[in-house]
Design a protein around this ligand. Structure first.
Ligand code: FE2
Length: 284
């Protein structure tokens, strides 16, 4: 069995809106105890490690996260979120975390695990504000998923999930900041995969589950988010187990647990419209 522990949106630093950055390091102490007890194959950090301030402060915040996560015995793969790249470049993050932060594939026990480190910078121009998908990132992910002969698990910071953002403190009124602008194009492309695909992201600061055209989209709650927990941090981290099932369990004050069979996708073209002109379908 493969075991992966996931942590999202640590947001260490000064408190910002409902992000309880002041609680991050003490919660990471609890996280490290959990990790060393569970002994996963590896950890995935889904990004937004800090509440950004400026370059000097952000370097210090990131270094403290690196040091704290190094207190457990398990390797962590990092993905950058939008707050990690406001004042720091990808190469500065690479230097602090001592690893490449390019797109990456991990092949393990007949699973393809993808760290999709697409651009998470939020762009502000006169006529555009939001995320952009670099075309090369789109093509890279699409090729890896479509050509896979084994089940695929994808990790990213920004979701491409079709799940509703209604009720989300940050994104109900800012949906274009809650996912990539052309997510449906990517989803429509990924659904041509013949193998099961599971896609877990951070960024939206709540747990969600959605399926579209046979693909499962999940988002994981932030470690320190408080908007849905009466002002207290959610204390969330997750664990994915892969054997003959895909199981995802989020711990903390907002738990969720999902277990799905991993089976080859059964692609059947949906029925046509039940329109009045289609008498044959209406009769059934
Ligand atoms: Fe975040």
């Amino acid at each position: 069995m493969i075991k992966i522990i996931t942590i999202a949106d640590i947001h260490y630093g000064k408190n910002t809106l409902t992000k309880r950055g002041d609680t991050a390091l003490s919660l990471l102490d609890e996280f490290n105890l959990f990790v060393d007890n569970e002994k996963p194959d590896f950890i995935v950090d889904l990004g937004d490690r800090i509440n950004d301030v400026d370059k000097k402060n952000d370097i210090n915040l990131q270094k403290k996260i690196f040091k704290k996560l190094n207190e457990n015995k398990i390797k962590t793969y990092h993905i950058c979120g939008n707050h990690d790249v406001v004042n720091l470049s990808i190469s500065e993050n690479e230097e602090i975390f001592n690893q490449s932060l390019e797109n990456e594939v991990i092949l393990l026990n007949n699973y393809k695990i993808i760290l999709w480190r697409a651009d998470t910078k939020i762009y502000h121009t006169d006529n555009f504000r939001g995320f952009k998908i670099n075309e090369m990132d789109f093509i890279w992910l699409n090729t890896e998923v479509i050509n896979s002969k084994v089940p695929v698990i994808i990790f990213s910071h920004v979701p491409i999930s079709p799940a509703s953002l209604i009720g989300n403190y940050y994104f109900q009124n800012n949906p274009s900041f809650g996912s990539y602008p052309n997510s449906s194009r990517l989803r429509n492309s990924l659904c041509k995969a013949s193998m099961p695909v599971f896609f877990l992201s951070g960024h939206v600061h709540w747990n969600s589950f959605a399926q579209e055209d046979g693909i499962t989209y999940l988002t994981q709650q932030s470690l320190t988010e408080s908007f849905s927990n009466y002002g207290k941090p959610a204390k969330s981290w997750g664990q994915i187990s892969l054997d003959n099932k895909f199981s995802w369990k989020v711990y903390g004050d907002e738990p969720i647990e999902i277990s799905l069979d991993i089976k080859k996708r059964n692609i059947i073209t949906p029925l046509g419209s039940f329109s009045s002109s289609n008498q044959d379908l209406r009769a059934k």
